[in-house]
Design a protein around this ligand. Structure first.
Ligand code: OGA
Ligand code: NI
Length: 333
């Protein structure tokens, strides 16, 4: 495991390898704009559907409130996520090496640490969640409540995820269960940790990217950091403590044949507060074929993307130096 940021950040100023070229550094954001907030508890389902569809077309991102996940469960989950990242580097290494097949592991910066030009101010714990019986035995046992709390939390997030995917399917005009099978049943949680940073103006927690997922449901709680790129400008995503930020990934852009948009986003750091977030992703299985939904393709609407397996998609995605293959690269020639 490379040296996690959290194991040394306190001792020094920002290392050279984290200093981005001026054009990639975060600037000050214009105030006042925000992404849509959808009330999933509202009585009018057609209205919810319409709001989700519009946000998915325009931003590729929205927040959801009244989603049904109890706030005390959210608090407990955030506590165990923070407690995990507060463990010693040695404990973290032990707690994430239980599976020889690496269904649970840690990394720092990005998956390309060894080859990337610049590093990012983030440690990540990533593990599979479904089926629970298969994977829970490899999850951390420190803090002691980790497994119990995260099992309940991820089961709840799965429900929220499929509910949103059902709205999106209806909005697209595909079978409401389009994502229920192979496309969404490989679920993972990525627990990000961004320690306080000596100079937030020179670096990023995560560089501009699109997620390699169908959708991602993020808990950011109350610390600012997430920004989305829309119409050539960055918009800050306001932290609403018990809301989730739903981000459409590259796979959704492909499956919707370009009707919906994968959001480009990044994370800025801050100098006083550590920030911990949990991104719950609904993914396909390795061999699952990723392609525009058949119902969206006909003579007048040709497929805009090539079909490829999720495994091959990830190889392309991770090979891209800027971390996040743009769907355009998969466009049909
Ligand atoms: C991600 C991501 C945002 C955040 O994990 O892909 O964009 O605020 N996270 O941590
Ligand atoms: Ni992301």
């Amino acid at each position: 495991m490379e040296h996690l940021v959290s194991s040394w950040y306190n001792d020094r100023s920002l290392p050279e390898s984290y200093i981005l070229p001026p054009e990639d550094r975060p600037g000050m954001l214009p105030l006042g704009k925000n992404i849509p907030v959808v009330d999933l508890g509202a009585p009018d389902q057609t209205d919810i559907l319409q709001q989700i569809l519009e946000a998915s077309q325009e931003f590729g991102m929205f927040q959801v409130i009244n989603h049904g996940v109890p706030s005390n469960l959210i608090d407990e989950a955030m506590s165990v996520f923070k407690e995990f990242h507060a463990l010693s580097a040695e404990d973290k290494a032990i707690e994430t090496s239980k599976d020889p097949d690496k269904s649970c592991y840690m990394y720092t910066s990005s998956h390309n640490y060894a080859t990337e030009k610049f590093h990012f101010w983030r440690d990540g714990l990533l593990h599979h969640c479904n089926p629970l019986e298969k994977y829970i035995q490899f999850w951390p046992e420190k803090p002691p409540k980790y497994r119990q709390v995260v099992a309940i939390y991820t089961a709840e997030l799965r429900k929220v995820g499929f509910r949103i995917l059902e709205f999106i399917s209806q909005g697209l005009g595909v079978n409401p269960d389009h994502f229920r099978g192979e496309l969404g049943e490989n679920q993972r949680v990525l627990v990000n940790h961004y320690p306080p940073c000596p100079d937030p103006s020179l670096t990023l927690g995560l560089c501009k990217h699109r997620d390699p997922t169908v959708i991602n449901i993020l808990l950011q709680k109350d610390v600012y950091g997430l920004e989305v790129f829309k119409d050539e400008e960055w918009i800050g995503v306001e932290p609403i403590p018990y809301a989730f930020v739903v981000t459409l990934g590259v796979l959704m852009q492909i499956i919707s044949n370009g009707k919906l948009k994968a959001a480009e986003h990044r994370v800025v750091t801050n100098s006083n507060l550590a920030r911990t977030t949990a991104a719950f992703a609904l993914d396909p299985f390795n061999e699952t074929l990723i392609e525009p939904a058949k119902a969206l393709v006909d003579a007048n609407n040709p497929a805009l993307f090539k079909s490829l397996s999720y495994k091959d998609f990830l190889i392309k995605y991770r090979a891209d130096a800027s971390y996040g293959t743009t769907p355009e690269e998969l466009l049909i020639d």
